[in-house]
Design a protein around this ligand. Sequence first.
Ligand SMILES: [Zn+2]
Length: 86
Amino acid sequence: MANANVLQGFACPKCGSDGPFLMSIAVWGIATVYDDGIDYNEMRVSETEFHDLGSCKCFECDFDGYTPDFQGVADDLKIIRKGEGA
Ligand SMILES: [Zn+2]
């Protein structure tokens, strides 16, 4: 089933899987910061971003690439599948 939320448009360029993927992400949030470190257990995540040069790995086939390699692939697959049906 095609992704319609966080992974919308994402698919593995090798096997076509629509996830999940092991991805590099950047997280923005609020945490308690002490002199000797940050308490991530109490962290409240407010925003998550994909990193353009971050790695992205497919659990299905182990394909290892960059996040942009996976972005938009779902749309390309849709076009190919439509073409095959015609
Ligand atoms: Zn894959």
